[in-house]
Design a protein around this ligand. Structure first.
Ligand code: F6P
Length: 366
């Protein structure tokens, strides 16, 4: 019997989402003769039964488009704001899945989406997911689509910041996205030749960062680029976070838990000010922000998204559900959602990229 497939994109948008929608859609439609329907704005659209026809011309001309033609949201099925209340809308979602006669739902998303997709799978839906995020922090996949494009944008930004830092003998502190993982800052920092790279996985000492910059100055290079991941923290903040986490675990403790705030941009501004004071050089912060998520996907992301999208269709054809299609070298592999949900792939402090950066003299401020 012909299978009917639903597809949605959830979480922050990512270059390559449309390439993946096209990959899943074209393979399902043309190759396997299935039906396919899109849901708008992530799980919210599925809950509200807002659909988009994907048959006909809808999948043409979208390979190169940034963003997602379906729209996205960060809404979770089990915690959805509805009429001023936060409700568990899983039952409504399950009902809409059946009302649309679906045999499988394909969810394109990052770590949060994997958890939500698993919940729906456990609620009885057939689900397949694809890993997308510029953060590259989804577990058990070599990489995620969106990462390569963002890496290119952030690297280009560092290249441009170099010439102005050089001309004005300044420090430029450039904040790079990545949430709590340092992949993007590390990759762009290495590719752009940043002098200092700060990532969440290696808490920094601001004095050590300043020392690295002063050493450069002494050697006749009175300018520096500091590539800081938005989630990077100082060693003092790290200690405070660990203490807060321990207090949270210790249920007997009556002391109120004051968790350190993760206010990305403010931390970057503070770091620039601290470096100015400690080095005597002028410092300027640059927050790359959502520029890193916008625009046309790179060739590598189009290729990856198409490969994973068509592999999803192959898996659905075999009626295998409850999996994320992971990138594995030149090919792909299904990974059980139970294994991937709730895991975050952070940078191991002894990762080869870190070793290479240290090898060319980059400081991690540790
Ligand atoms: O997960 C992708 C990401 O771009 C992170 O790097 C960043 O912390 C976050 O999303 C920003 O989210 P929003 O677009 O909701 O502000």
């Amino acid at each position: 019997m012909t299978q009917s497939i639903g597809i949605l994109t959830s979480g922050g948008d990512t270059p390559g989402l449309n390439a993946a929608i096209r990959g899943v859609g074209k393979a399902c439609l043309s190759h396997y003769g299935m039906h396919i329907i899109g849901f708008r704005d992530g799980f919210r659209g599925l809950m509200e039964n807002r659909t988009m026809a994907l048959e006909g011309e809808a999948l043409s001309g979208i390979l190169t488009l940034g963003g997602t033609i379906l729209g996205t949201s960060r809404d979770k099925p089990h915690k959805m704001p509805v009429n001023g209340k936060v409700l568990d809308m899983t039952e409504t979602i399950v009902a809409n899945y059946h009302a649309n006669g679906l045999d499988c739902l394909v969810c394109l998303g990052g770590g949060g989406t994997m958890k939500n997709a698993l919940r729906l799978h456990q609620a009885g839906l057939n689900v397949v997911t694809l890993p997308k995020t510029i953060d590259n922090d989804v577990a058990l996949t070599d990489t995620t689509f969106g990462f390569d494009t963002a890496l290119g944008i952030a690297t280009d930004a560092i290249d441009r910041l170099h010439s102005t830092a050089h001309s004005h003998h300044r420090i430029i502190v450039v904040e790079i996205m990545g949430h709590r993982a340092g992949w993007l800052a590390l990759g762009a920092g290495i590719s752009g030749g940043a002098d200092v790279i700060l990532i969440p996985e290696i808490p920094y000492d601001v004095e050590a960062v300043a020392d690295a910059i002063k050493t450069r100055k002494r050697k006749g290079k009175p300018f520096s680029i500091v590539a800081v991941a938005e989630g990077a923290i100082s060693q003092q903040e790290y200690v405070a976070q660990q203490a807060a986490a321990a207090k949270k675990k210790d249920k007997k403790s009556k002391e109120p838990v004051v968790e350190p705030e993760l206010v990305y941009a403010e931390r970057t501004l503070t770091l620039a000010r601290q470096l100015e004071l400690l080095t005597g050089l002028e410092a300027r912060p640059t927050i790359l922000g959502h520029l890193q998520r916008g625009g046309t996907p790179s060739a590598a992301d189009r290729l990856l998204a198409t490969r994973l999208g068509t592999a999803a269709a192959d898996l659905i054809e075999r009626k295998q559900y409850g999996f994320m299609i992971a990138a594995r070298g030149e090919t792909s592999a299904p990974v059980a959602l139970e294994e991937v949900a709730g895991q975050v792939k952070t940078v191991p402090p002894d990762h080869p990229w870190v070793d290479s950066a240290r090898g060319v003299g980059t400081s991690f401020g540790d």
